[in-house]
Design a protein around this ligand. Structure first.
Ligand code: GTP
Ligand code: MG
Length: 641
């Protein structure tokens, strides 16, 4: 172990608090603290024990002036964070006491720790590698569940363990190639070239995945950008304010109020989002407004999720035509605002989507519950009506309101055509006493979630017979999943469902993509997707809100969250620019090795390229470091960490 001075620092934040924790680490820890502590002899206590006593100043007083009553947590080498002897002094959190104790520690031989010095020592003493050490800083800074998960994963080994194993394999090859060089003229080959090529491809594959995860990883750390785009006066700023629950942006009835991009952080379900309000988009000669509009477009380009906000069909059409290209690769949410102006019924309903459209053109009052939340043409409502009784509809509606947790989870992933663009309904009534949990008409696919009671033999037989009947009579394929499968292996469940889509596509002609929006045939007609408009294919699943009256906002939040989950994410994600740069360099250097291998260059050149790759891989995990690098990394930590 590297022997260094004994250091001390306040580990809790500066300022007054109930308690403050001072951390001491180093070879002299026990001896130094012993000199100012009255209680047990710390050199004789066990590791991982806590001791009550007093901190005393013996400078001018042989009995010692009592400074504070404290608890000491003792961690003996090597079973501590730094692997050195560590004591954490929990004292009362007054500035005066803390300063006094630190002064006493320094008088007795401690040094004040530099930022990150405790973590640096942990690294130098082999507690963890550099990636893990850096993740400690990320963990402290994590302000959302997702950022926390990523940092924790990295701190616990994440990708660096795997990277180290691959690097070791490469080191092995490198030494074989170097060995060949010793034999000079003899033309021997210790390192199998094909094996080396396979290994490099394997490493590159691994690096590539990490490199690709950088954007998603950073987005999680910084917040997923969500741009609110729409014509002037659509209510964008009002929406921003209601989402943030504060008067962040100025709202007026004057079109063109917002001239610049305004943004703030919003947390939904443990995810961090950056909600961005923009200047309304329209033709204008006003110079300032033009600049604002340009910025709106830039904001939209940078956003991952775009909320296209409109008040009426003309505006919606304008948005559809103007932004088809920009939003192609974005998650788009169409939102119609100011529904309070259109229908008093809708305004009174806390959730207009669940209660039917509430707008001018409801197909029929009784048809509301049949086809699910949105996008049901009156034809379909009618045909569904022929086979289901009113009682059954009531029951379906009841079930929909009282969905089980598992159903809710799956619904979040199926709704709004989130899965493969297919429209699903939930609690779809099929016939007397039979309601499918989820149903996709386009694919003739039913999904049933089986609760605990489906495990017994009689029920299983019944389910099987029922499935066969339905498949036979209605031509509907039924997929059954257990609660357990949905909760524990949702990826597999979604995969199975998606596979059934392709089966359905192979056996039946595709149905038109648009089924009708909010009962406004003209819009639906006008924005029917052409190949160039594929990004806007979700025009039909419009969310209806009143930003001013806080209607439909929860629905919108849920949709934002669901859309964010569609973005590529994995547990192992790269969030650190330093790692990113070295991974790219390592990847490039490995490509050079591959080139060398295919052109049959000599061992000495090959060895040189491998060494360069090893260097970059080693710099990531800290197997190769320089003092400057370490100083730079750890200076970003807070003191006491
Ligand atoms: N009735 C009604 N009025 C609304 C609603 N949302 C916004 N408004 C009103 O619409 C007007 C414009 O709202 P803003 O939020 O400033 O609209 P904006 O889209 O930010 O407009 P610009 O910044 O000019 O592009 C204001 O008078 C709001 O009070 C709503 O849900 N219902
Ligand atoms: Mg505005």
């Amino acid at each position: 172990m590297v022997q260094l001075d004994t250091i001390c620092a306040l580990a809790t934040p500066q300022g007054v608090g109930a308690i403050g924790v001072i951390r001491v680490s180093g070879e002299q820890t026990l001896a130094i603290v012993n000199k100012i502590f009255k209680g047990k002899d710390l050199t004789k206590v066990e590791s991982h024990t806590i001791h009550f006593g007093t901190i005393r100043d013996y400078t001018d007083n042989t009995k010692g002036k009592i400074i504070d009553e404290v608890l000491l947590s003792v961690f003996k080498t090597p079973r501590s964070f730094t692997k050195e002897d560590v004591i954490e002094i929990s004292c009362h959190g007054s500035d005066y006491i803390i300063r006094y104790i630190l002064k006493l520690l320094i008088q007795n031989g401690c040094h004040m720790a530099k930022p990150g010095e405790f973590t640096q020592r942990a690294f130098l003493n082999g507690q963890f590698d550099l990636v893990q050490a850096e993740a400690v800083a990320d963990l402290i800074a994590a302000d959302s569940e997702a950022a926390h998960k990523t940092a924790l994963n990295q701190m616990r080994g994440g990708f660096s363990t795997q990277l180290k194993i691959l690097r070791e394999e490469l080191v092995h090859f490198a030494s074989l190639v170097e060995l060949e060089l010793d034999f000079g003229e003899e033309d021997v080959e210790f390192a199998g070239r094909e094996d080396l090529r396979q290994l490099i491809l394997k490493i590159q594959n691994f690096l590539k995945k990490l490199i690709d995860s950088f954007d998603a990883g950073n987005v999680i750390k910084e917040g997923i950008p969500v741009a609110i785009i729409g014509p002037p006066n659509a209510g964008k700023s009002t929406l921003l304010n209601i989402l943030l629950n504060e008067e962040k942006a100025i709202v007026t009835e004057i079109a063109g109020t917002t001239r610049d991009v305004i943004e703030d952080i919003l947390f939904i379900g443990g995810m961090k989002f950056r909600i961005i309000d923009t200047a309304g988009i329209r033709e204008t000669k006003d110079v300032v407004e033009t600049i604002g509009i340009e910025r709106s477009k830039q904001a939209m380009e940078k956003a991952e999720i775009v909320i296209l906000l409109f008040e009426n069909e003309i505006d919606q059409l304008f948005l559809a035509n103007t932004f088809a290209d920009i939003v192609k690769d974005k998650e788009v949410i169409w939102v119609r605002n100011k529904i309070d102006l259109y229908s008093t019924a809708a305004a009174a309903s806390p959730n207009p989507l669940l209660e039917g459209e509430g707008l001018k053109k409801l197909p029929s009052p009784s048809g509301r519950g049949v086809g699910g939340e949105e996008g049901v043409t009156s034809e379909k409502v009618k045909s569904a009506f022929n086979i289901v009784s009113t009682n059954l509809l009531k029951k379906a509606r009841e079930l929909r309101r009282n969905s089980t947790e598992t159903e809710k989870i799956l619904w979040e992933l199926l709704r709004d055509r989130l899965l493969g663009g297919k429209k699903f309904r939930r609690q779809h009534p099929l016939e007397e006493n039979y309601i499918l949990d989820f149903y996709c008409d386009e694919c003739k696919l039913g999904i049933e979630i089986d609760g605990v009671h489906h495990g017994n033999e009689t029920q299983k037989k019944y389910d099987k017979a029922r499935t066969t009947d339905i498949e036979f009579i209605y031509g509907i394929k039924i997929l059954r999943f257990t609660n357990e499968e949905v909760l524990r292996n949702i990826e597999k469940v979604l995969e199975t469902i998606t596979e059934s889509f392709s089966a359905a596509a192979a056996s039946s002609p595709p149905t038109p993509l648009l089924e009708g929006g909010e009962g406004s045939e003209s819009v639906v007609e006008a924005v029917k997707p052409s190949p160039s408009r594929r990004g806007l294919g979700e025009v039909y699943s419009t969310i209806h809100i009143s930003a001013k009256n806080n209607i439909g906002i929860e629905d919108l939040k849920n949709t934002i969250l669901a859309k964010s989950k569609l973005k590529k994410q994995s547990d192992t994600m790269l969030t650190n620019l330093r790692h990113y740069e070295h991974l790219i360099k390592a990847h490039d250097a490995l490509s050079e090795v591959l080139n060398g291998l295919s052109s049959g260059i000599t061992g000495d050149f090959l060895a040189q390229d491998i060494r360069l790759s090893l260097y970059h891989l080693g710099e990531i995990t800290g197997q190769i470091t320089t003092d400057d690098l370490l100083a730079n990394i750890f200076s970003k930590f807070c003191i006491g960490k």
